[in-house]
Design a protein around this ligand. Structure first.
Ligand code: FAD
Length: 466
């Protein structure tokens, strides 16, 4: 027969949004079914955050041993076994996805590897090659994520790669062209440059990493050029022609048509929400934005009250930690708790060299919101730890309200910016002032002292600068 099986909550997708939602809903006593047509862990664990960071870390280590002469370490015959680097990356991914599968099981979440199709707002069919059971659910959390945008002139395949293809190459290309200087293009382009590829970035706007504080991106731009990366801004990529072993890209800049030939072309021009296709959202008549995102309220509830949506398919930055944050809110809302999203403090990080990180308001945003602003800024190159790490590029900038001293935002460029930004996020969430940061004893010598010193600068009495 085709009777429906009853569950409390259906979670569609097992990425950082879906798996977290499933676990939290189960913790709150729900009978949960989590379905993914791909691998547990979604984009983030399989073809996004995690594999990219594993390869970036390997590239950084390779560059460090190859260029240690500055600090008196000259290594000869440093060899790169890229196949082994790839196995290292695969091992990290496997460990983490295995961990998520174990967590689902430990929390008694039922997992189904297959695709979901809505029948109505309380029923869905899930199917794979073997079976296609039907479920009746009380609530549903959609977390189907996103995929790379494919441009007509640059269809993926052969020598034309999406981010997924670029993470899976089994050799370091001699040359690589990247269309799109957003964070994914810059992270992966710089990674291959460090492994020895000749990299060219073609960007339509005036600068790479648009949307970030130009003070941060300038440092990355300079470093990339120093690493031999060509950056062409204000350029329009037009077409590509590929043979078995190379690809030629035509682009125009300043009204002039140019061509460049490389081993591979990586296209990273943004991502598209997985709200189309066979999922059947049209059948249940969900309210969407004109960009194909699902409209939600501050509890991640869609226009249909028992259906929630989280992660890359709803408005806001498409980031794993935002998906996981929304996951918890949605699961708690289903359990009747008064949880609500508050987006004041979503850290944005680029895992470039140097790293860039930002949280809360930029100086300009704070001014636009009507604050009288104080900026406390402290550079890496007079911090003892940064000097001893030979990592002197960078700074911490704290944006605070001049009258109250409340921390409103922070921008960091430099080694470990990704980790250091957490303290500033907490400061904003806790309603801390720059004085609170300055009065907190930070261990010496650490990069963690840089925010403390930036806070002292904001207060007007720094010890280590004038
Ligand atoms: P996803 O992770 O996309 O998961 C969605 C899941 O839903 C998929 O597994 C898919 O198979 C499944 N699915 C879709 N449709 C159906 C269906 N009909 N039935 C069943 N299952 C379905 N973010 C960061 O925060 N930090 C980073 O450093 C970072 N680096 C990145 C690097 C790269 C190269 C890329 C591509 C992305 C990166 N991101 C990063 C972004 C991050 O991966 C996403 O924001 C995050 O994965 C979104 O989570 P999600 O749960 O919304 O969706």
């Amino acid at each position: 027969g085709d009777a429906s099986l009853d569950i409390d909550t259906l979670v569609i997708g097992a990425g950082p949004g879906g798996y977290a939602a499933a676990i939290r809903a189960a913790q709150l006593g729900q009978k949960v079914l989590c379905v993914d047509k791909g691998n547990v862990g979604g984009v983030c664990l399989n073809v996004g955050c995690i594999p990219s960071k594993a390869l970036i870390s390997a590239a950084h280590q390779y560059e460090s041993v190859s260029h240690g002469a500055d600090i008196g370490i000259e290594a000869e015959g440093v060899k790169l076994d890229f196949g082994k680097v790839q196995s290292f990356k695969d091992g990290v991914v496997k460990k983490l996805t295995g961990g998520v599968a174990a967590l689902l099981k430990a929390n008694k979440v039922e997992y189904f590897n297959g695709e979901v199709m809505f029948i109505s707002d309380t029923e869905a069919r899930v199917f794979n090659d073997q079976e296609s059971p039907r479920y009746r659910f009380k609530n549903c959390i959609i977390a189907t994520g996103s995929r790379p945008i494919e441009l007509k002139p640059f269809p993926y395949g052969g020598r034309i790669l999406s981010s997924t293809g670029a993470l899976a190459l089994q050799e370091v290309p001699k040359s690589l062209v990247v269309i799109g200087g957003g964070y994914i293009g810059i992270e992966l382009g710089q990674m291959y440059a460090k492994f020895g590829a000749k990299v060219t970035v073609i960007e339509g706007l005036d600068s790479i990493l648009a949307g970030f504080d130009p003070e941060l991106t300038k440092l990355v731009d300079k470093k990339l050029r120093g690493q031999g990366v060509d950056i062409v801004t204000g350029a329009q990529a037009k077409s590509a022609e590929q043979t078995d072993d190379e690809v030629t890209i035509t682009y125009s800049v300043d009204g002039e048509e140019k061509q460049i030939t490389a081993d591979y072309l990586l296209v990273t021009v943004g991502r598209k929400p997985n709200t189309d296709g066979d999922l059947g959202l049209d059948l249940i008549d969900l309210k969407m934005t004109d960009r194909g995102l699902i409209e939600v309220d501050d509890q991640c509830r869609t226009s249909i009250p028992n259906i929630y949506a989280i992660g890359d398919i709803v408005p806001g930055p498409a980031l794993a930690h935002k998906a996981t944050y929304e996951a918890k809110v949605a699961a708690e809302a289903i359990a009747g708790q008064p949880s609500k999203v508050d987006y004041k403090c979503i850290p944005l990080v680029v895992f470039s060299d140097p790293e860039c990180a930002s949280v809360g308001y930029s100086e300009q945003e704070a001014k636009d919101k009507g604050h009288k602003v104080t900026v406390g800024r402290f550079p890496f190159n007079i911090n003892g730890r940064a000097l001893s790490l030979n990592a002197t590029d960078g700074f911490v900038k704290i944006v605070s309200d001049a009258d109250s001293g409340l921390v409103l935002g922070a921008q960091i460029a430099g080694l470990e910016a990704s980790n250091m930004i957490a303290e500033l996020g907490l400061a904003i969430e806790m309603g801390a002032t720059v004085e609170d940061i300055a009065l907190t004893i930070h261990a010496h010598p650490t990069l963690g002292e840089i925010p403390m010193e930036a806070a002292e600068v904001a207060l007007g009495h720094p010890i280590h600068t004038f």
